[in-house]
Design a binder for this molecule. Sequence first.
Ligand SMILES: [Zn+2]
Length: 224
Amino acid sequence: MTGAAILSFRASTSLPAAPATQPWSFAGLDLGMAKTSLPNLAPTALGRLVEGMTPMEVEAVVGRYHRPSLYEGRRYYAWIGNGGMLRAFFKGPGGTLSKVILDVAEEERVLALCGSLRQRIKNCTIIRTWNCIKCRRRFRCSALPPLVCPTCHEVCEHVPFEIKVPPPSRTKAWDEFWMQYKAERALLDAYTAGELRECVKLKIFGIQLKPKVSAKGGRRRTSR
Ligand SMILES: [Zn+2]
């Protein structure tokens, strides 16, 4: 995995912290004002989305949208949830639902809006491996919503799929891996925030980070 890929992964996982809500009026309602709960991006909810729905019908299923945006000049509506984002296009007859895209760290999936409910739910379920660090357990289930461990009730962790996690049975290797992983994640966060002060090598991610801003006067002279 390249450094750029890692950083775009980081950017995609930090989506919930995204841009400020802009007030937007739809059918006379100010939908930008109250945004108390995150949208429901679970397969049971997304499986209910079908072609021909109005924006308000989609909102009734998913929750209030974050804001309408433009993609290549086309307007779409975005819902930003914990660990994922949903984009919906309303290009059907009378401005109705025509396309929905679900984004999570590992995949950008166009959702099926026709077919049986069972097929639609299956289509919008993106399976991921979740890890409960504390209980040393591994689960394979939907990327959304983030998995809460059934035993200790803490939110489980997932890693980019290129990264190999030792099996939970090798307890020492497991514990060491997660300690190192968390330390490297913190360094990536510091890098993203422009707070990294020195070069570091990330063993697990396999990349080298350099501070974005060099010390004053650190501009290199180039010969021409
Ligand atoms: Zn647990």
